[in-house]
Design a protein around this ligand. Structure first.
Ligand SMILES: [Zn+2]
Ligand SMILES: [Zn+2]
Length: 170
């Protein structure tokens, strides 16, 4: 996604707003995470000429599909993230700092895609209250109740309890 900054190129304090879609083809599918992006990234933001450089502030959102880490069901969800980064490119700078600023344009493609990756949740859960699988019988607890709803009692603990009870009686 490229944004024209020509109107504020030499205007300290100048602001341009922008809105558009960034394709996520580069990371469309992240197989290790069972993740697929279903829509391009919606981007809405502004760029400010700070005098030093160009400050980009934007809101990002897109839809993705993944499988739940608890119940393994496939689900779709929305990823939302904020983006804030200042790009400074001085004559003396090495190329690195200038890769985003290209003449009259800021090329935000790479930074935006990077931000999406950084904003992915640590865990993909279909819904907050997802109950996942029963650890004893393996039933999907979102779909069914199993007969082992009561916490299975650790046999060792049971033994200990009976010892305590005996003591009390004594
Ligand atoms: Zn789930
Ligand atoms: Zn069970």
């Amino acid at each position: 996604m490229k944004v024209n900054i020509n109107p504020i190129r030499d205007v300290r304090g100048g602001i341009v707003t922008f809105e558009g879609k960034q394709d996520l083809d580069a990371i469309k599918q992240i197989e290790e995470l069972g993740l697929e992006f279903l829509t391009p990234l919606d981007v809405k933001g502004k760029i400010t000429n700070t005098g030093e450089g160009f400050l980009v502030e934007a809101e990002l959102s897109c839809q993705y599909q993944s499988s739940c880490n608890r119940c393994l069901e496939c689900f779709t969800s929305t990823l939302e993230a904020d983006f804030k980064e200042e790009y400074v490119c001085k004559d003396a700078d090495t190329e690195d700092n200038c890769t985003v600023i290209k003449g009259d344009y800021l090329d935000l493609t790479e930074p935006l895609v990077e931000q999406v990756i950084l904003s992915l949740p640590m865990k993909f859960i279909c819904k907050e209250e997802c109950r996942g699988f029963c650890s004893s019988c393996g039933a999907n607890l979102n779909e069914t109740e199993c007969s082992c709803v009561d916490e299975p009692i650790n046999p060792q603990f049971e033994k200990l309890k009976s010892l305590l009870n005996t003591k009390e009686v004594d």
